[in-house]
Design a binder for this molecule. Structure first.
Ligand code: X8Z
Ligand code: ZN
Length: 548
């Protein structure tokens, strides 16, 4: 997880920064006399010094809070929630205070490029700001930790039988072809988010108040200001991208809807309406590779089933990660440190609650890299491992950068790197690994391309709509009573997907997606799904002229 949007403890940093500010205000004038008149405007040198101190403090304070977040995600208990909330409270307070102090340099002329850029990052790079009021900061942090805990511990407990955790419900959605079973798993998981709605609404209120204190219209404007362009123009850029790739999605949607109609009947999948969201093989209908068998082009075969191969060859969680590491090693990257293997979580523990949603961590922003993931031996998790390792290698490659430059050009870049490697998990690569005896005939490529489309093209509108929803929520275009309706309006508009039935009045379906209670911006994944193909194309080894 990257430090800036995360936790950081306060300790003496604010006192120090404040002391420096004070010293700057009362510095002797050039003639040696203490300043009596109105405080002088700060200079470019003072701005650079402020940034340097802020970076030093944020870097120093990040580690402990990152460890706290790690412990919470690995052991969700009453106490770890409380401790993580406290750490987050101190971190947010520090970030907000630094951001508001940074505004003092708004009018300074002659700033060097880095200072200017870093001041902007300090003022706008807070994912979940809080108001300066200490009680509200504490409330904000408690809400964040509680919602993370609720999601991580979430389970559906049917009237009869054992409770089912998200992973088990996802397996049903992926594998079952019985509409009733699919519906129960789909609706069951959404019982977890019902009690989040009020908490989420309050979180939005507090975050918006924090954003307003920092000079932003709302939190959405703040999020949109991280793309090296006028934040007001960013949505238009996304529209342009969507208009370019949307027709590809439409074609896929049309084909899949027709095939699902054949499978389940047009009374369940109407030929001219949205697709019910529980039939697409994924809990959020965000990628559809699990229904390949239902929609595969008849004249072709995928050629192989990577899940079956991995299982057949006796792969386990660790050897899947080792294989991912070997891909990076083959590109010339240094192996992961021993601590990565000692400290990462690869397998869902049987005896405690953890946040299973995959994530990559750089605890000390140097070499303490880890991933946390409840790995199942299947193709999807094999690719996700490459995704997570992409974060870790990116983090390590940037460790010598100054604190504020350790992130990526924008958040879409970080999400795209590991995925770019996954695009090279081709039959040829699998053969090199000894996973495929021989590369299937090129006549099977249509099947492979369909699999790729189900994973990558299907994702695009989902990647876009999550923040379209959040931006409207942050802008106050709907209140809590309208949250769910707006969610489904956007699901239909972008994805052509509908809820499989009437939703309860108090439903809060956005909360059933990790990144909403976890407060992780989502447009990054839409961008990454474009960028990774650009990276892939541009990283291809050029064929020398005359070689073909
Ligand atoms: O959340 C993730 C990663 C961690 S950054 C596993 N992804 C999004 C999701 O699961 O919804 C990767 C693709 C989209
Ligand atoms: Zn990621």
């Amino acid at each position: 997880m990257s430090k800036l949007p995360h936790l950081i403890t306060l300790c003496c940093s604010l006192a120090l920064l404040a002391a420096c500010e004070q010293a700057a205000k009362t510095a002797p004038a050039a003639n040696g006399a203490a300043e009596q008149s109105a405080p002088q405007a700060p200079t470019a040198e003072e701005a650079a010094a402020f940034v340097a101190r802020a970076e030093e403090k944020l870097a120093q304070l990040g580690q402990e809070s990152e460890r706290m977040a790690w412990v919470l995600s690995n052991f969700i208990t009453f106490d770890t929630e409380l401790l993580a909330a406290r750490a987050s409270e101190q971190y947010t307070a520090a970030q907000v205070e630094i951001a508001s102090q940074a505004a003092r340099f708004n009018e300074v002329q002659g700033l060097d490029y880095d200072t200017h850029r870093k001041l902007h990052m300090l003022k706008s790079g807070i994912i979940i700001p809080a108001p300066l009021d200490a009680a509200k900061t504490a409330e904000q942090s408690e809400i964040g930790a509680r919602m993370s805990g609720m999601y991580g511990k979430g389970a559906y407990c049917p009237d009869e039988g054992d409770c089912l955790a998200l992973g088990e419900l996802e397996d049903i959605i992926a594998e079952s072809r019985k509409p009733d079973e699919l519906l129960e798993a789909w609706e069951g998981w959404r019982t977890v988010s019902l009690p989040m709605k009020d908490l989420y609404a309050r979180q939005v209120e507090l975050a918006n108040e924090g954003a307003a204190e920092l000079g932003f219209d709302d939190l959405g404007t703040m999020w949109r200001s991280a793309y090296d362009m006028d934040p007001a123009e960013f949505p238009g850029e996304l529209d342009t991208l969507w208009n370019q790739v949307g027709p590809l999605y439409e074609a896929l949607h049309c084909h899949v809807r027709a095939k699902l109609g054949e499978q389940y009947g047009t009374d369940i999948v109407p030929a001219d309406g949205p697709i019910p969201a529980h039939l697409l093989g994924n809990m959020w209908a965000q990628s559809w590779e699990n229904i390949y068998d239902l929609v595969a082009p008849p004249e072709t075969a995928a050629g192989y089933d990577l899940t079956q191969i991995l299982q057949g060859k006796g792969y386990d969680a660790r050897s899947m990660v080792e294989t991912g590491e070997a891909f990076f090693s083959s590109l010339g990257f240094e192996q992961l440190p021993e601590t990565f293997w000692e400290r990462s979580l690869f397998v869902k523990p049987a005896d405690r609650d953890v946040v299973c949603h995959a994530s990559a961590w750089d605890i000390d922003e140097q070499d303490d890299l880890r991933i946390k993931m409840c790995i199942d031996v299947n193709a999807e998790d094999f690719k996700t491992i490459h995704h997570e390792l992409g974060h870790n290698y990116y983090q390590r490659a940037y460790k010598e950068q100054s604190f504020l430059y350790r992130g990526s050009a924008n958040d879409g870049f970080h999400e795209a790197v590991g995925d770019t490697l996954s695009l090279s998990i081709t039959p040829e690569y699998l053969q090199k690994l000894g996973l495929l005896e021989e590369v299937p005939d090129a006549s099977g490529d249509l099947g492979l391309l369909m699999q790729q489309a189900l994973e990558k093209i299907a994702f695009l509108p989902f990647g876009l709509m999550v923040d379209q929803w959040r931006w409207k929520v942050f802008a106050g275009e709907v209140g809590p009573d309208g949250y769910n309706d707006l969610w489904w309006q956007l699901r239909e508009k972008y994805q052509g997907v509908a809820a499989p039935g009437e939703r309860p009045d108090d439903a809060f379906d956005p909360g059933a997606k990790y990144h909403v209670p976890g407060n992780t911006p989502y447009t990054r994944y839409f961008l990454a799904h474009i960028l990774q193909f650009q990276f892939h194309r541009d990283s291809a080894v050029p064929v020398p002229p005359g070689a073909v």
